[in-house]
Ligand binder design. Structure first.
Ligand code: GLC
Length: 400
């Protein structure tokens, strides 16, 4: 049994004694380990918002009603979409998995779901099953596919609007039992049809606020026990990007745009759990997840490699986002960056994949030193501004 497994079992027992009573099963612990070994994934934010080309929050930001915004469904026909080509770019970059928005906050689904009122890819002129094509291409290339799934919804009448959705719906009370049935039906379809490794939830935060005294004020009881038990019953991992301390049944700890345990953006209130795999997600196109036509600043390959190294040193995965445009193409600058990241990963991947993080320190000259370990090998990674990280391999002291 690996140290990781022992730590996870110990953590599970702690939770039991704390009354939560949840003990992850063997498949779950194995899946967590496999997830952590992958270390680098590509996040994809894509939906009809790509046509508006103003990021994935456009509908809410301009305060447009769902009916008017949703008409873009009739104009969503990404003729250049080629799942195989996307996957070639991701694999070439050294990514081991892909997490795509099956349905983002605007409520539009990228697969021909039977659970909704026709707000999905089957009802566009494109009609093709985007998730199905991506699942097939990922399967052929040996990449794991995961699904982002939005808890918040800016389309359905049964969704109880929280602080962000109120800008779209006003004070919509909704009917959470009905909305939950819909979500469970959709998650069932997603899992049964495409066999993802992880369901990655997002949007809970619009119903939760941390008070000054450290307690949480909540405006919706999501009944996560039912949702998590359902996902687990199908042998799929649960992650929730809720910007809150992690719960026993959440399998992966997520940090949005913050280095794990160093919350400056969204994760100020998330102490590092230490007993779960960790993933930091971040953007390649400045400030947005969905494609934005007038945002020309992209991260450089040096920056992306530095981020991968910082994460690995902190025992975390990096999930780097790309927002494809309305034609179905990955933005050209992102493709160029990924090609260079791939070159670095081919030369230095031993210091990253399947390692454990030993920490990251800042040096007096502004550079950083990260350390990772695999077996008896210790990797020392030097990260300096504007340069690709450099890697040195040493044998652990005392081993021969
Ligand atoms: C935030 C944003 C969302 C994005 C997500 C990715 O929660 O609301 O647009 O999908 O972060 O981490």
């Amino acid at each position: 049994m690996s140290r990781n497994t022992v730590a996870l079992i110990a953590a599970a027992l702690t939770f039991m004694s704390a009354g939560a009573g949840y003990v992850p099963e063997g498949w779950n612990l194995a899946a967590r380990e496999k997830f952590a070994e992958q270390r680098f994934g590509i996040f994809i934010h894509w939906g009809i918002y790509a046509n508006y080309a103003q990021g994935e929050w456009y509908q809410q930001q301009i305060g447009i009603d769902t009916e008017t915004y949703g008409r873009m469904k009739d104009g969503f026909c990404p003729s250049k979409f080629d799942a195989k080509e996307w996957v070639r770019v991701f694999k070439d970059a050294g990514a081991k998995y892909v997490t795509i928005t099956s349905r983002h906050h605007d409520g539009f689904s990228l697969w021909p779901t039977k659970a909704d009122d026709g707000y999905n890819i089957a009802e566009t002129p494109f009609r093709r099953d985007i998730l199905g094509e991506l699942a097939k291409a990922c399967g052929e290339a040996g990449l794991q596919l995961n699904f982002y799934y939005s808890l918040m919804d800016w389309h359905r009448k049964d969704y109880p609007a929280g602080s962000a959705a109120k800008k779209v719906f006003g004070d919509q009370k909704g009917d959470y039992e009905s909305y939950k049935r819909f979500m469970l039906a959709q998650m069932g379809e997603l899992i049964d049809s495409y066999r993802p490794g992880v369901i990655w939830l997002d949007g809970e935060w619009e119903h939760a606020r941390r008070r000054k005294d450290g307690t949480w004020s909540r405006t919706l009881d999501w009944d996560f026990d039912t949702i998590y038990d359902f996902i687990h019953s199908k042998n799929v991992l649960v992650a929730n990007n809720n910007h809150q301390p992690i719960r026993p049944k959440e399998d992966i700890q997520l940090f949005e745009r913050d280095l794990p345990g160093e919350g400056e953006m969204f994760s100020k209130n998330q102490p590092l759990a230490h007993d779960r795999p960790v993933e930091q997600c971040d953007v390649i196109q400045k400030g947005v997840w969905g494609y934005k036509i007038n945002e020309r600043t992209f991260r450089t390959p040096e920056e992306v490699c530095a981020m991968i190294c910082r994460c690995a040193a902190k025992d975390s995965n990096l999930l780097m986002n790309i927002g494809p445009d309305g034609s179905g193409r990955l933005p050209a600058p992102a493709v160029g960056v990924m090609a260079d990241v791939g070159k670095w990963m081919r030369a230095n991947g031993d210091a990253i994949y399947a390692t454990r993080g030993l920490g990251l320190v800042k040096n007096a000259d502004g550079s950083e030193t990260g350390k990772t370990r695999k077996g008896d090998d210790i990797y020392t990674i030097t990260i300096a501004k504007g340069a690709f990280p450099s890697v040195e391999r040493n044998l652990q002291q005392g081993s021969h």
